[in-house]
Design a protein around this ligand. Structure first.
Ligand code: ADP
Ligand code: UDP
Length: 257
């Protein structure tokens, strides 16, 4: 792991001070949590795979003109990103009913939603990420109405682009969570930028033909083959780091010996 100063350790990643002011190093762990931290586990190799998958998706999105915090991947588990002022709101986009949405509206998982829906949740482990509206977000000053306009427009563009990208590799993008932050330039001008990661940890991805779950639901629901599912997503996107996974396994068995 990086020898840099540790700034924050979260459930799935560690943030270190970056090499230049205004940058951070995001380290991807194998730790997995679900149900607001009540379920904890390790998905071996997840960090390596999510680092690659998120690099790939953020790079493709940047090519489409979506501003992102991603600068470059540094190694197996680390990527360099711009340091943002994070907006404490999880932005969830849904195309098909699943998870908490299916439960809330008593709909079978897999029911198509008439049009894509954007929802907001307040990022707070203590409160269990409650769902909030634009009213709460602006009244509590987490974001301005202008920020929210930008966030909504970006989230829908990300959805359109990623829906097509995943369909191209035989995956249905059921829903996903994004985070955004503010990036200031030298003139003090602010832009809303896509942050965090995009990976099977925060997207629901179902195989188009079999409806097999290839995402964190395999961990949440104890479906087994969790690592294999993440690996399959990386393989379909053409970013499976075969060499790195082999190297990691070799290191692990050396350490055990
Ligand atoms: P959590 O905090 O929910 O446990 P993680 O383990 O994924 O989640 O930690 C990553 C943390 O880093 C998140 O809180 C996220 O909001 C924050 N973050 C992501 N990208 C950036 C960025 N570019 N600048 C600052 N913070 C970021
Ligand atoms: N999600 C996430 N982090 C959260 C909550 C949700 O990444 O803290 C993602 C989740 O993986 C899914 C989408 O957001 O792709 C919608 O999740 P839902 O509200 O159904 O959450 P669940 O109750 O299933 O965690």
């Amino acid at each position: 792991m990086s020898r840099r100063r540790r700034i924050y350790e979260g459930k799935a990643k560690v943030l270190f001070e970056g090499p230049e002011p205004g940058t951070l190093v995001q380290y991807f762990k194998d730790d997995a949590t679900a149900f607001n931290n009540q379920k904890k586990g390790i998905i071996s190799g997840k960090g390596v795979l999510n680092n690659r998958i998120s690099e790939y998706l953020m790079t493709r999105l940047a090519e489409m003109g979506i501003p992102t915090h991603f600068v470059k991947r540094l190694n197996m588990r680390e990527q360099l990103v711009y340091e943002l002022e994070i907006i404490p709101v999880e932005v969830v986009v849904r195309n098909i009913a699943a998870g908490s949405f299916a439960k809330r509206f008593n709909m079978p998982d897999g029911t198509p939603i008439p049009r894509s829906i954007v929802e907001y949740y307040y990022k707070s482990d203590e409160l269990g990420d409650p769902m909030v509206t634009e009213e709460h977000i602006t009244a509590f000053g987490w974001a301005t109405p202008q920020d929210l306009d930008d966030i909504m427009a970006l989230a829908l563009r990300v959805n359109d682009y990623m829906t097509g990208l995943f369909l191209g590799v035989g995956l249905r993008l059921v829903d996903f969570k994004l985070e955004f932050g503010r990036l200031y330039n030298d003139n003090g001008e602010m832009r809303i930028v896509l942050a965090d990661e995009i990976s099977p940890d925060n997207c629901r991805l179902w195989d188009v033909t079999t409806n097999e779950r290839l995402d964190k639901d395999r961990f949440r629901q104890d479906l087994g083959d969790v690592e294999e599912a993440y690996r399959e997503v990386a393989r379909r996107l053409g970013v499976l780091p075969e060499g790195e996974v082999r190297e990691m396994k070799a290191k692990r068995s050396e350490a055990k010996a």
